[in-house]
Design a protein around this ligand. Structure first.
Ligand code: HEC
Length: 130
């Protein structure tokens, strides 16, 4: 009986610890996500790649691409290696991210949905006559 209750207390303690740790990890991940969203907007990434990372013209889509691919591409760009003749514009933007930010950015972009929510681009009913 005594043994059992000690085990219960021990287990309860460890489980709580586990839950707390998990919650902390979740919170950290959430913060990293927010940070990358802020970074993306603050560093004008959206002006070329679109608000949702959907890509515009020569600037490729980023949303939903594989994290490992995005990471490799960012490292290549940081080293000045571009894939296209107009890729040079991207080099300084890639260099604006440190190692941790590069990792977090590749992760964040990979989690974005491939399709932009079309309703955001909906002009809606705009009656010019009234
Ligand atoms: C002036 C326009 C411009 C801005 C601003 C810009 N990019 Fe780019 N980006 C490009 C172009 C062009 C390429 C294609 C590069 C190449 O040819 O290799 C590219 C490529 C990329 C790639 C590789 C995608 C792939 O499929 O190969 C990633 C990831 C990326 N950009 C992320 C970012 C992030 C993050 C920011 C903001 C810090 C940013 N870009 C800002 C133009 C831009």
């Amino acid at each position: 009986m005594k043994r059992g209750s000690i085990a219960t207390i021990l287990c309860a303690g460890m489980c709580t610890f586990g839950i707390l740790q998990a919650q902390e990890a979740k919170a950290t991940q959430k913060k990293a996500t927010l940070d990358m969203q802020e970074f993306y907007m603050a560093h004008a990434c959206h002006s070329c790649h679109g608000l949702y990372g959907e890509g515009i013209g020569n600037s490729p889509r980023l949303a939903g691409k594989k994290e490992s691919y995005l990471y490799t591409r960012l490292k290549e760009l940081q080293a000045g290696k571009t894939r296209t003749s107009y890729g040079g514009v991207m080099v300084s933007f890639a260099k604006s991210m440190d190692q941790n930010q590069t990792k977090a950015m590749a992760h964040w972009l990979s989690q974005l949905k491939k399709e932009e929510p079309t309703e955001e681009y909906d002009d809606g009913e705009f009656d010019v006559t009234s």
